[in-house]
Ligand binder design. Structure first.
Ligand code: MBD
Ligand code: FE
Length: 257
């Protein structure tokens, strides 16, 4: 048994009980809440629901321990096993005419020395704001890949440009955000990154595009302008220059006994 699981679970239950008492929650309301969770489960939206409300809090806690680049929310649509890519992510044939971007930058340690052979998992949505391997029948090979840094810590890879993005809003999570909470389900256009390097602390991050009105009005509380990349073009292609300064991996605690 893990003391931490027990302690946190009891605290969650107590926190929810306090909210119920504060608002005199009725039996009918309680059943409505249970019903909403059943719908969320049936729509396979539990990861989405939790990430909308709570991913940003894990990020906040994580960032207290970081001296280098800050982490951002991961969202529910990372998938393991993306292919290694060189100069471009795989582009769907029907998106050939879409505007392009080039992602590039440098991975360094806290002192600014390059980190070679870092692997950066990148993933982003289609121009309809959907993720491959998750929504519809978009084959998983599109818009996902692992980029490797060269001996100077540099990476560069092309893709199409993601667009302002509405999280799936036809199900219970959208209903909660829009109908019951009077909000919206938009996120700024974004690229997701997960940086891995030997001896370094993993970094999960995102990049937003300057000029996107949802950067500071994000349904998922995505960290705002801190992750915004200034608008820049090269031969008409949007350049997304993002550097990552990695913290060292946490020193493993020696076995206590
Ligand atoms: C996403 O694509 C996303 O990035 C987040 C944080 C939540 C829902 C969908
Ligand atoms: Fe996303």
């Amino acid at each position: 048994m893990s003391d931490r699981v027990k302690t946190i679970t009891m605290d969650i239950v107590e926190a929810v009980r306090d909210v119920m008492r504060k608002h005199d929650v009725t039996f009918a309301e309680y059943r409505a809440g249970v019903g909403h969770l059943i719908k969320t489960q049936e729509a396979k939206e539990i990861p989405l629901l939790l990430d909308v409300f709570l991913n940003s809090t894990v990020v906040e806690i994580e960032n207290r321990q970081r001296d280098g680049s800050k982490a951002a929310i991961q969202g529910p649509y990372f998938r393991e096993g993306a292919p290694r890519v060189n100069d471009s992510l795989a582009i769907r044939p029907e998106d050939e005419d879409q505007p392009r971007m080039v992602m590039r930058g440098r991975v360094t340690d806290l002192g600014g020395s390059p980190v070679a052979d870092a692997v950066i998992d990148v993933w982003h949505s289609t121009p309809e704001g959907r993720y491959s391997g998750v929504h519809g029948n978009i084959p998983i090979e599109y818009y996902r890949g692992k980029i490797t840094t060269d001996e100077n810590g540099r990476y560069e890879c092309r893709s199409i440009l993601p667009v302002p993005y509405q999280i799936p809003n036809q199900g219970p999570t959208g209903e909660l955000l829009e109908k019951h909470m009077g909000g919206h389900s938009w996120r700024p256009a974004h690229i997701h990154y997960w940086v891995h390097a030997e001896g370094m602390r993993d970094l999960i991050s995102q990049a937003y595009f300057e000029g996107d009105k949802y950067i500071e009005d994000d349904s998922c509380n995505g960290g705002g302008t801190e992750f915004m990349v200034p608008e820049a073009y090269e031969d008409g292609v949007r350049v997304m220059e993002v550097d990552f300064r990695l913290d060292p991996a946490a020193v493993r605690a020696e076995a206590a006994e």
